[in-house]
Design a protein around this ligand. Structure first.
Ligand SMILES: Cc1cc2nc3c(=O)[nH]c(=O)nc-3n(C[C@H](O)[C@H](O)[C@H](O)COP(=O)(O)OP(=O)(O)OC[C@H]3O[C@@H](n4cnc5c(N)ncnc54)[C@H](O)[C@@H]3O)c2cc1C
Length: 329
């Protein structure tokens, strides 16, 4: 095989961590490919919360998910890293010092692998009400893809975590009235979010759990049961947005011939994303070590470490980087 056809680095997963690693690998002149199973880059940010305002990415006091991914794409386009969309890695095999990366669109060879598969393929945890499918896409949503849809409407958000509160506050900016329904009296969210909720016009409905949905013209009638009681209440709203978290199909990696150690869909990693397999690294939500926090900023920090470690391992004679722009001392 011509050595030009062999990638230095293959990044599996084009979420924020994989995208930034792809850019950084380009700065190192590494022949790099990013393989992403979805039709677009951006991982959880692009798929699950493009309209959310993100507050904890360095350099941006606030930025919408969609905008952050657009900025990452722009940055990625400044380097030669190849992006392969609609392509799922199905297996990795060790062949001598290199790896065969087997996808639904064929096979490539790579000297190193950076696994950035995040939480794996993910789907929202659905509302456990028999006829909920009938309302999905018209009055019932599992993420906010188009904020304009909620303009001047009455919306009930269900859920009690940070993401549910963020969604309620986001919709409040355009809706007529927002209700936040949660099965507990207390919200499981950051103090800052709870403060914003208290100051907002969002009305909380607790401790209730949705038990029935029924059509009421173009609207939907919600019946909810009070927890630990026989009491019921009902209300009619234009839309329901459910945020009960996501169920990730995180066991795909365990079927690969080369799969680093880990448990429950996470890969154990050391400093610089090092796994128990030489030249296989991991970054982002899938990488697991003590004190790990699954945040965009964490993945951004891990990406250059793994890329530099991969380059140091496959090209031990090359000088490592100091900065992307050199500073003379
Ligand atoms: C609702 C919600 C709100 C959040 N808000 C914030 C926030 O405000 N701030 C913050 O810092 N973090 C937030 N997070 C967490 C943040 O989104 C994640 O930490 C981040 O997306 C992790 O990036 P990643 O690149 O590691 O993985 P992901 O974003 O999960 O991307 C992984 C990608 O890998 C792809 N993939 C998986 N398996 C394969 C395969 N076999 N072959 C090819 N491709 C594959 C997937 O399709 C996906 O696109 C939030 C998460 C959620 C769900």
């Amino acid at each position: 095989m011509n050595n030009d056809e062999v990638y230095d680095i293959t990044i599996i997963g084009g979420g924020p961590a994989g995208m930034f690693a792809g850019f950084y690998a380009g700065l190192r002149n590494a022949k790099t490919q990013i393989i992403e199973s979805l039709a677009e880059l951006g991982g959880q940010v692009a798929t699950l919360y493009p309209e959310k305002t993100i507050l904890d990415v360095a350099g941006y006091p606030q930025i919408k998910g969609r905008e952050l991914i657009a900025q990452l794409e722009q940055q990625l386009q400044t380097v030669a890293t190849e992006v392969k969309l609609n392509t799922t890695v199905q297996n990795i095999k060790q062949v001598g010092d290199a790896f065969e990366v087997i996808t639904n669109n064929g096979m490539t060879v790579s000297k190193s692998i950076i696994i950035a598969t995040g939480v794996g393929a993910f789907n929202p945890r659905k509302l456990a009400v028999d006829n909920s499918d009938e309302f999905e896409g018209t009055n019932l949503f599992y993420s906010v893809k188009d904020l304009d849809h909620f303009k001047n409407r009455t919306v009930l958000v269900a859920g009690g975590g940070d993401a549910a509160i963020d969604e309620a506050l986001l919709i409040e900016s355009v809706a007529k009235q927002v209700y936040l329904l949660h099965r507990r009296d207390k919200f499981r969210a950051m103090e800052h979010s709870v403060d914003l909720l208290t100051e907002s016009t969002v009305e909380t409905v607790t401790p209730y759990l949705i038990s029935e949905l029924a059509s009421e013209g173009d609207q939907v009638k919600i019946t909810a049961k009070k927890m630990k009681s026989d009491e019921e209440m009902s209300m009619v709203v234009d839309d329901i947005v459910v945020n009960y978290g996501f169920i990730a199909q995180d066991d795909a990696l365990s079927g690969w011939e080369v799969h680093p150690e880990g448990s429950r869909g996470k890969i154990h990693s050391g400093v610089s994303g090092i796994t128990n397999i030489k030249n296989v690294f991991t970054i982002g939500d899938v990488a697991d070590y003590e004190t790990k926090q699954a945040l965009i900023a964490t993945g951004f920090g891990e990406a250059p470490l793994a890329v530099n470690e991969a380059m140091r391992s496959i090209y031990p004679d090359r000088r490592g980087p100091v900065h992307s722009t050199s500073i003379k001392r």
